[in-house]
Design a protein around this ligand. Structure first.
Ligand code: ATP
Length: 506
């Protein structure tokens, strides 16, 4: 606001000065007061200009300072309430952290033994898996101050601004010791430095390294960093004495999903038909953030329907809403397109069933989000290892939709775009990372223009072509079954896993 007022005053002054200068130079009868008035105006304009430029630069500095303060307040609130009870699952991480918490609480005990507090802990893993939650739980459990900062806040165009913010962050922590500093998205400042070592980002990272070396056990500060990309971090940041405790926080397994759902439904009135274990089975591969969102979405749906309790129906609707997207009401899909989608989805379900992929939970041709139709799968078990055959079967299931379209209608549509991208991604991993192609047990970098690119591309094509051939053969051999599933799906628009089984076993 202040900046705006100064800006407009400046514009007015410049305007008046310019018009006075013009009048002054053309006027033959110059009044006595004109030169002094003009000088005063020029001085005022210059003062305003200098003030405006200073303000502009200061405002670049101010927001982060405020942000850190605000987030500190936010952190304060959370740290009082968030404890390990609020973080479901992740038992091994909690166990590892309990030592750090004990250290913060009983620092003298460790000092006597000459032990040093671990300075930095790095959480890494996919988004929404509870890294921030776990960091605030460390502060909550150890009754220490929680100071939150995001790596992107330190990224500025002016050299030295990021570094000064880092200094301010650590000063705050020292003043409020014991404290947990949490730097989210640390890769924004901590990625590998350039050779010239001169950029603003490098200076910010250097300052972080200096600060981490600078505080000692007496300060009773722990720095927790979080990233989705540990591979991008500068080795200097990961060396002993800095972020030397790395903890992977991945997507929850079925047991952890159940626990997370219990945490997020504990203050919600649930109907008797809600089976949390079943919801956990149906949400295979999702993050804690998704589960929290499903629980919240189910509650909103129950309110919308004026219900007193949240029933299983709301939960299953919430799963589809969160994982696939909003259901399109009154969508104007043409009859012919609807038929193509029915065969496409039936193709996925049929191939998945025959190749024994995860059981089908639901097939639908009611558009949701960007999908014209979808197949939902469930899983009782969490798999960590996959065989080559299983990966190929996954590709075949993804290609099932396109193969069904081509076999039945003799032409292909744009509906397989997402399937193709997923199938190619799996094939690329098989060739480049898993040594599961004819190129043998080799690792290849997948980069456009690289020397090995034509070789790798040829192998990816080979895998996709072989899988597509196999898929089309299965479709042709089971064309009657495909017809039955597709026509029933076309008629009812949605089929459950049980209904699919009945059609297939009839
Ligand atoms: P990002 O990497 O995107 O920053 P994150 O790993 O820091 O994500 P959080 O912000 O901690 O994820 O989690 C988001 C939300 O998901 C939490 O506020 C919480 O509601 C829920 N959540 C995630 N994991 C858990 C868990 N283990 N227990 C309970 N809730 C969880």
């Amino acid at each position: 606001m202040r900046k705006k007022i100064i800006f407009w005053c400046l514009i007015c002054c410049v305007g008046i000065t310019a018009s006075m200068l013009t009048a002054f130079s053309y006027s033959k009868e110059r009044s006595a007061s004109s030169p002094s008035q003009l000088i005063m105006l020029i001085i005022t304009t210059l003062v305003l200009l200098i003030y405006y430029l200073k303000l502009d630069r200061n405002e670049e500095l101010v927001p982060a300072a405020i942000k850190v303060k605000e987030q500190k307040k936010k952190g304060d609130n959370t740290s009082k309430t968030v404890t390990f009870k609020d973080v479901a699952g992740l038992e091994e991480v909690k166990e590892e952290l309990s030592e750090v918490i004990d250290f913060i609480k009983n620092v003298e005990k460790y000092k006597k033994m000459g032990a040093k507090i671990p300075k930095g802990i790095l959480f890494h893993g996919p988004p929404g898996t509870g890294k921030t939650l776990m960091a605030s739980a460390i502060a909550g459990e150890s009754n220490s101050h929680f100071i939150y900062a995001s790596g992107s806040e330190f990224v500025e165009k002016y050299v030295g601004v990021g570094a000064s913010r880092i200094r301010e962050l650590f000063e705050r922590a020292k003043k409020n010791s014991p404290a947990v500093i949490f730097i989210d998205e640390i890769d924004a400042i901590g990625s590998v430095r350039n050779a010239d070592n001169n950029s603003e980002k490098d200076q910010t990272l250097n300052q972080l390294l200096v600060e981490m070396d600078g505080f000692n056990t007496n300060d009773n500060i722990v720095v927790v960093g979080a990233t989705n990309r540990i591979d991008m971090l500068d080795p200097a940041l990961l060396r002993p004495g800095r972020f030397d405790r790395h903890m992977f926080i991945g997507n929850p397994n079925v047991k952890a999903r159940e626990e997370i759902l219990r945490v997020h439904t504990r203050n919600k009135p649930l109907g008797k038909d809600v089976d949390i274990a079943d919801i956990a089975r149906k949400t295979h591969g999702v993050s804690g953030a998704h589960l929290a969102s499903i629980a919240n979405e189910a509650a909103i749906l129950a309110v919308r329907k004026n219900k007193n309790l949240i029933t299983a129906e709301e939960f299953y609707q919430a799963i589809e809403r969160v994982l696939i997207g909003l259901q399109m009401k009154n969508s104007s899909v043409m009859e012919r397109e609807k038929r193509v989608v029915a065969y496409h989805e039936a193709g996925h379900a049929l191939i998945g069933r025959i190749l024994k992929n995860n059981p089908v939970e639901k097939i639908s041709i009611v558009p949701r989000g960007q999908a014209m139709g979808y197949v939902l799968n469930s899983s009782d078990e969490d798999r960590y290892l996959h065989t080559k055959d299983e990966l190929q079967n996954k590709i075949c299931t993804l290609l099932g939709g396109r193969a069904a379209e081509e076999t039945v209608f003799g032409e292909i549509t744009t509906g397989a775009k997402d399937d193709l991208s997923k199938a190619n991604e799996i094939a690329q991993q098989m060739v480049c990372e898993l040594g599961m192609s004819d190129l043998g047990n080799r690792i290849y970098k997948y980069e456009r223009g690289g020397d090995t690119m034509p070789l790798v591309d040829r192998e990816i094509k080979k895998i996709i072509d072989q899988c597509y051939k196999k898929t089309k053969n299965i479709i042709k051999e089971n064309i009657d079954l495909l017809e039955k599933i597709a026509s029933e799906l076309f008629r009812k628009e949605t089929l459950t896993g049980k209904e699919l089984e009945m059609i297939c076993n009839f």
